[in-house]
Ligand binder design. Structure first.
Ligand code: SF4
Length: 287
């Protein structure tokens, strides 16, 4: 049984999800409603025993396992290593274990601790960078600044994790659109993750950002501005062999390629859509 709601990255759609923690230990970002109804906590040993027993009845030989909820990496290193050993024992067929990672969790752990966690079997980490701009990060109450985001990402890559970063297109609003594009390009380039995905800001009615919009403190980008921002961001990326995806349901234009190798082609495609009078955005502002 899971404690709902339950989230995982799109690329973990076929993974077995083991819910080690509930919620997000930060839980303050103004645009995010994912875990607002949950108090962050680690499941007790008894709960975890029961949970794993239940999962084993349904998933016989999972090859991919995602550890939920928000940031399992905030567990003490010893505890996390023991957990990873247990997951491998209980599901010997597993070939890849992944989880979300909060920037402060990565910063708090030493390089040696991160390497031990990697060696214990956690292979792929996802980090929501959201924006590279200090002003946008602060406005959204992300709890870290640009430098910390870079430090966290570089530590993860150095420790040997496969690393996936995500930026939210439109998160600077009209006022900080250019800064959001340029500074996000700077942070992603400095980290040079293995995977980079671009989602579009979708505002949930229950979020604090919805109030900001209502009160006139934040102005959403138009679809054309979103494409302009995406173009500026991609034009300023300096990446080596990074798998890029913008194929989430929120994206106006589906994009996939490898950066920087395919950058010119990706930018040209975005410009073609932007300049086309047939450009009709998919989805809506509030999915
Ligand atoms: S965006 Fe991530 S860190 Fe921020 S509240 Fe949501 S889950 Fe937590």
């Amino acid at each position: 049984m899971y404690s709902m709601p339950l989230y995982r990255p799109p690329s973990e759609a076929s993974s077995l999800i083991i819910q080690i923690t509930e919620g997000c230990s930060h839980n303050r970002c103004r645009f995010c409603t994912m875990y607002k109804c949950k108090q962050f906590r680690l499941k007790s040993k008894e709960e975890l025993d029961e949970h794993i027993k239940w999962l084993k009845a349904y998933y016989l030989e999972p090859e991919r396992i995602f550890l939920a909820d928000g940031n399992v990496l905030c567990l003490q290193t010893e505890k996390l290593i023991q957990l990873l050993e247990r997951v491998k024992r209980e599901f010997p067929s597993v070939k890849r274990i992944s989880s979300y990672s909060g920037p402060m969790d990565l910063i708090r752990k030493t390089d040696d601790e991160l390497r031990s966690i990697r060696e214990a079997g956690l292979e792929l980490l996802y980090m929501g960078v959201e924006s590279g701009s200090d002003r946008v990060l602060s406005m959204m109450q992300k709890g870290v600044n640009q430098q910390q985001m870079i430090e966290a990402g570089q530590k993860a890559v150095k420790a040997g994790f496969r690393f996936s970063c995500m930026i939210i297109s439109g998160l600077g609003g009209t006022e900080l659109m250019k800064e959001h594009a340029l500074e996000s390009a700077k942070v992603i380039s400095a980290i040079n993750p293995h995977y980079f995905s671009l989602l579009r800001l979708v505002v949930e009615d229950e979020s604090e950002l919805a109030d900001d919009i209502e009160q006139g403190r934040f102005k959403l980008l138009t679809p054309i501005q979103i494409l302009d921002e995406n173009i500026l961001m991609l034009e300023n990326m300096e990446l080596n062999d990074c798998v890029f995806r913008a194929n989430h349901v929120s994206n106006y234009v589906n994009q996939a390629g490898t950066l920087n190798r395919d950058r010119d082609e990706l930018v040209a495609r975005l410009k073609k859509f932007r300049d086309s009078n047939k450009f009709i955005p998919m989805g809506s502002d509030r999915l």
